[in-house]
Design a binder for this molecule. Sequence first.
Ligand code: 13P
Length: 277
Amino acid sequence: MALVSMKSILHHAQTEHYGVGAFNLLNMEAVKGAIAAAEELNSPIILQLAEVQLPHTPMHLMFPMMLQAAREASVPVAVHYDHGITFEAIMQSLKYGVGSVMYDGAALPFDENVQLSAEIVRIAHAMGADVEAELGVVGGTEAGGHEDINECLTDPAQAHEFVKRTGCDFLAVAIGNAHGPYVKKPDLQMDRLKQINEAVQVPLVLHGGSGISDDDFKTCIKHGITKINVATSLQERVLATIDASNYVNFTQKMEMAVFEDVAKHMKIFGSIGRGRI
Ligand code: 13P
């Protein structure tokens, strides 16, 4: 199946009511481990890298590697630029050939978020790529910090207007989810999610996938979440597993830790056995 668009993966997931994991991967071992899990479980997968991760994980090295690994895979793999903040970096990611980008204007006033998201959509669509935009502020930080949840939840009526005016292909929502380790048990607002799902047609995205219960994941998927972002959980699993006394052992353990964590999420999300989209 190899390299495919995130849109084709998520539209299939939306029609068939399952979720697809989008994993933030910071080195070659993580890419190898994640793809090996997808192949073993015959699952689609999304590989991604966020702008805050670029200082230590440069896109000019990571995206060519992710794209090549995707082309060689036996299952559908999409490569996505997560949490694009600056216009320049988003354009660079498109130049490296990612099939979709996220523009994160969530912290901006509504009209400004609409205007800038629409601008990215216009350019990305002209280049054959798709766009995820965010409305409402997801708590925490995607850099993996421990900040308190400082959220502004997505309003369903505004979500309808936002998708219509921006033309975005996927919508990231804020329903009580947060990036990084949860400082308290997440209290996801499923009624709100249900209303957002009724208000818009596009596949919905859940950020802050580390630390959400299996039942909550399943309820989110039932109410329209198709893409689930996971980063912290992989990093914690790697740190808990590696043995730094032997280099080869260290890299193999890192790859295996990512394999196991990705596989665990794919089973919960219901994407296993969906390797033909
Ligand atoms: P976690 O680090 O909480 O899994 O969130 C990842 C994420 O949403 C990346 O965009």
